[in-house]
Design a binder for this molecule. Structure first.
Ligand SMILES: Nc1nc2c(ncn2[C@@H]2O[C@H](COP(=O)(O)OP(=O)(O)OP(=O)(O)O)[C@@H](O)[C@H]2O)c(=O)[nH]1
Length: 345
């Protein structure tokens, strides 16, 4: 069982016990119509194993309310009761630690500076005292105080060095997290945003935009199956990469070009009128139609490959789903009406 919500769930039961859980979990997944994916398995594993009362309560509540274990509910259960590790949570922890180290460094700096100042002033006064007529006992006490402040200054200096090192490590970690984020949001084939990043960006842009000021363009390569079947999957991959490069070239700097899935690509266009979105889409479509692609190894022509494109503009009350549906419907119309064209909703 995972021990409550952690960053990494921990399971330490024996194989035979796990086999027993498996036998109980499968019928539960079937009877509650739950998809047997790893997230759901983890939820029902904890449910069967017991020992995670908050999760058991949350699952029972969903059952009582006859709610489905759809993707949203499952991810919510998993994040709230089993594992809340995410790039965002690691980045949050990193930021908090960085802040704490900065505060500690600043406090240590103050201590060091004060100790140095006090030390300086004591040093000056000790010269005066050396020549004064105060008793030797007092002179010894004074020397001891000077030693103490010196050692405080040295300790502060050593702590300062350690904190600077810790800060450096945190910065390195932050760079690594940024690299992981980059990998997690990038499509491996095209280098465009992947579907996860597309979904997140679309939510943000809808949140930030007024109706009519943003557009969504969905693009699909025509008869792509034929390309794969005739020239092979590797050539197909290269065609997708080529289309991605055309999209990057024609989209504006503030646009978000993404691979929506398979041979379907998309551009989220904030601060862009529908006319502008159509014009950019036409430029991409024209450029593709005019391209003379050849197979690398034998220069065999791939013939003309075309694109169908659907454009939608953001409307009042839109959410990501409705926005995508409108762009997708326009794309579908482009396909239905003969392909190699741009249609807006
Ligand atoms: N090479 C390659 N092919 C892919 C990739 N993803 C999806 N496909 C292929 O894309 C093709 C999509 O075919 P369909 O959806 O039937 O449509 P189509 O042939 O493009 O025809 P229309 O969309 O109707 O013009 C399928 O053959 C998929 O296997 C990929 O990453 N690489």
């Amino acid at each position: 069982m995972s021990k409550g919500t952690t960053y990494i769930p921990f399971y330490d039961f024996s194989p035979s016990l796990n086999a027993g859980y498996l036998k109980q979990i499968l019928p539960l997944l079937v009877s509650h119509n739950v998809a047997a994916n790893p997230i759901n398995y983890a939820i029902w594993y904890d449910y069967v194993a017991g020992g995670n009362p908050a999760l058991t309560k949350a699952v029972n509540l969903l059952l009582e309310e006859h709610k489905s274990f759809d993707c949203d509910n499952s991810v919510e259960l998993y994040r709230s009761h089993i594992c809340n590790a995410s790039l965002e949570s690691f980045e949050h922890i990193n930021k908090q630690l960085h802040k704490a180290i900065e505060q500690a460094t600043s406090a240590i700096n103050d201590t060091y500076n004060k100790a140095e100042e006090t030390n300086d002033s004591f040093q000056k006064k000790s010269v005066i005292l050396e020549n004064s007529t105060i008793s030797d006992g007092l002179k010894i006490i004074f020397q001891e105080i000077i030693q103490e402040t010196k050692s405080l200054a040295m300790t502060s200096q050593a702590m300062q060095a350690k904190l600077t090192e810790a800060n450096h490590e945190m910065e390195q970690l932050r760079t690594e997290l940024a690299e992981v984020r980059q990998i997690a949001t990038t499509d491996g084939l095209t280098g465009l945003l992947n579907r996860r990043a597309f979904d997140m960006t679309l939510v943000e842009i809808i949140d930030q935009s007024q109706p009519d000021t943003a557009c969504l363009t969905m693009l699909d390569i025509d008869h792509f199956k034929r390309v794969n079947d005739t020239y092979g999957h590797t050539v197909g991959d290269n065609v997708i990469k080529y289309v991605a490069s055309l999209m990057r070239k024609h989209a504006e700097d503030h646009h978000h070009v993404a691979r929506y899935g398979g041979e379907e690509l998309a551009i989220i266009m904030p601060n862009t009128s529908q006319e502008k979105a159509i014009q950019i889409s036409e430029n991409i479509r024209n450029a593709m139609e005019a391209s003379r692609l050849q197979r690398k190894n034998d220069n065999q022509s791939l013939g003309t490959i075309t694109l169908s494109i659907g454009v939608a503009r953001l409307q009042v009350g839109d959410n990501p789903e409705s926005f995508i549906v409108r762009a997708d419907n326009a794309l579908y119309k482009a396909k239905q009406s003969g392909r190699n064209r741009v249609i807006h909703s």
